[in-house]
Each structure stands twice: as structure tokens, then as C-alpha cells.
Design a protein. Structure first.
Length: 311
């Protein structure tokens, strides 16, 4: 099995920098390639700001921010790396060019994992002569903070590559799920898109304000979803009868709700209404302040859940 002690991050934007911070915290060395002229300043600043949060989560015990190197040449960045995380912008031509630029320089057995959220594995594989090293490794942003990674291979992925990616992610503190079939948006993005569609519909149709829709999630089902997923929660919702009894009891109710749910589409009027609502909810807090609040709450929740799991 290839050594994944040395890694590479192709793309040094928000997602790539977050991955780099996590890999460093897990004791890996990280090579970065991004053509942006200020990439080193931005990535080092991101790592510095993320380090206290990761320390609070117990993720930095093995690591140091010192193992970071920058490469102007994309092939040089992946040279010797056992694991490569690609996070360039989601333009198919750019993805293909990126893979073409690194393929010949990859170490035998190296894993290349793409952070793509919208593009599918099948769309990206034509950028390779042999796409055996490529897997989907889609995170939830920011990757250094949110545990989830969606992992997928297909019949053109090399033997053992998906399992190797899952093993690497587990070692750096991630929680993986296996995507079994290609669909746009994978799994988690489709789930949140379905919720957001109805959240927008409730606002547009005048049922509730943007702020109250957000409160309905954070003070209601969102708390439960941080502990268990919807299927298991509903399994608990009918007592001894479990999920079967719940479905039997609420079949007509849910079918009625689903039939009544809105079919909304993004456009200028919807964007204007949502932007105004979010501005009211923010109450003059900057994006930086809101992000800091979000991160602090996520850290606190994860700390509490880990303490509970340890007994």
C-alpha cells in the first residue's frame, strides 16, 4: 500500500486551503499548486486561522503547520505524493487539463481524489489516459471542520483505490459515505437542496420569514439531525413499532405534504427576497463574524458529541 505521509493539494482556494490545514494537522506534509500569485499568503493565513479550531477538536496532536510547500509546476507538486486532493474550480475543461498535467508525474498507486460537488466522476474521467487513480472525495465546506466526505469510484477506478481513499480520510478524522451511483450533486447536496427548495417556497409564498424558516431548522429538526439521520429518527418516532409503524401511521400525511410542496426556481425576484431576509437576520454582523459564530457552534457541538461517545 502506498505511503500517504506526503500529500498534495491542487487548488489553493477556500476548499483547497481547508484540506491543506486538515492534512497538516494530521501529521502529513502538503505540497500546494495554484497559479494565483498570492496563493502562499492566502493558504498560510488560512492554516493559521484554522489551527486553533482544529486544536479545539483534538485534530492537531500529530501535526504542525510547518510541512507546507508551494510549487509553481503542477507536476512537481504531485511528485512523490501518495494522496492528491484536487480542488480546482468546477469547469470541466479545467478539470481535464489538471488531470492531464499530473497523470504522468503520479507515483504508482497514488490516489487522486476530486472535491467536485457538481461534476460527476464519469464527466471528469476523459481527462485521463487511464483514470484508475481517480475517485470522488467530495467534502462539506469547510473540510477541516465538517467531517463528511462522499467517496465514489466506478468500473474505471482501479482496484483498491476507493478503499485506500476511505482509509486515508478516516486517518485524518473524516467520516465517509460510499456513493453507489452517479447522480448530480451526489448525496448530501441533494438532501440540502431539497430542504432549501421548500425553505424558499415557504418564504416566497408568505408562510414565514427567512429568519423564522432558519429558526425552524436550527431550533427544531436540525438539533436532531446532528445526532441521527432522518430514517433512524423516524424509526424512533413510533415507539416499539419502529419505522414500519411510523410509515403506516403517517403515509397519508406525508403524501399530502409532498403533494403540496412548492416547485420554486431561482431568479432575480427570489434572490432579492432571500438577500433581504438574510440581511435582516444578520443584524449588521459581517460575513467574518457570522462565519466565526458558525465555526464556534460547530466545534462546540462536535466536542459535546465526542465527549458523549467516549462515555
Amino acid at each position: 500500500m502506498i505511503d500517504t505521509q506526503h500529500t498534495a493539494c491542487i487548488g489553493g482556494g477556500t476548499v483547497g486551503a481547508s484540506w491543506a490545514a486538515l492534512f497538516l494537522a494530521a501529521g502529513r506534509s502538503v505540497a500546494i499548486h495554484d497559479p494565483a500569485p498570492d496563493v502562499e499568503k492566502r493558504v498560510r493565513g488560512y492554516v493559521e486561522s484554522a489551527w486553533p479550531t482544529m486544536t479545539a477538536l483534538g485534530l492537531t496532536d500529530r501535526g504542525s503547520p510547518d510541512g507546507l510547500r508551494f510549487h509553481a509546476d503542477i507536476a512537481g507538486a504531485v511528485d512523490g505524493a501518495g494522496f492528491v486532493q484536487e480542488s480546482v474550480p468546477e469547469r470541466l475543461a479545467l478539470k481535464h487539463a489538471t488531470f492531464a498535467g499530473i497523470e504522468a508525474a503520479l507515483a504508482p498507486g497514488a490516489v487522486v481524489s476530486t472535491s467536485a460537488s457538481g461534476l460527476t466522476l464519469g464527466q471528469m474521467q476523459p481527462g485521463w489516459r487511464d483514470p484508475a487513480p481517480l475517485v470522488l472525495g467530495h467534502p462539506f465546506n469547510p473540510p477541516h471542520l465538517i467531517p463528511l466526505v462522499e467517496v465514489m469510484g466506478n468500473d474505471r477506478t482501479g482496484p483498491g483505490i476507493v478503499a485506500a481513499a476511505e482509509s486515508f480520510y478516516a486517518d485524518v478524522g473524516k467520516t465517509t459515505i460510499r456513493v453507489k451511483k452517479e447522480v448530480p450533486g451526489h448525496v448530501a447536496n441533494r438532501l440540502q437542496a431539497a430542504l432549501w427548495r421548500e425553505a424558499i417556497s415557504l418564504v416566497v409564498s408568505g408562510v414565514a420569514s427567512v429568519e423564522d424558516v432558519d429558526k425552524a431548522v436550527t431550533a427544531g429538526p436540525g438539533l436532531r439531525w446532528a445526532a441521527m439521520g432522518p430514517n433512524m429518527l423516524f424509526n424512533l418516532g413510533a415507539g416499539p413499532g419502529g419505522l414500519g409503524a411510523y410509515i403506516d401511521h403517517f403515509t397519508d400525511t406525508y403524501n399530502g405534504w409532498w403533494a403540496d410542496m412548492g416547485q420554486v426556481f431561482m431568479g432575480p425576484e427570489v434572490a432579492e427576497k432571500l438577500n433581504a431576509g438574510v440581511a435582516d437576520e444578520a443584524r449588521d454582523r459581517s460575513l467574518e463574524m457570522l462565519a466565526s459564530e458558525r465555526d464556534a457552534m460547530i466545534v462546540a457541538m462536535q466536542q459535546a458529541l465526542r465527549k458523549l461517545a467516549r462515555g
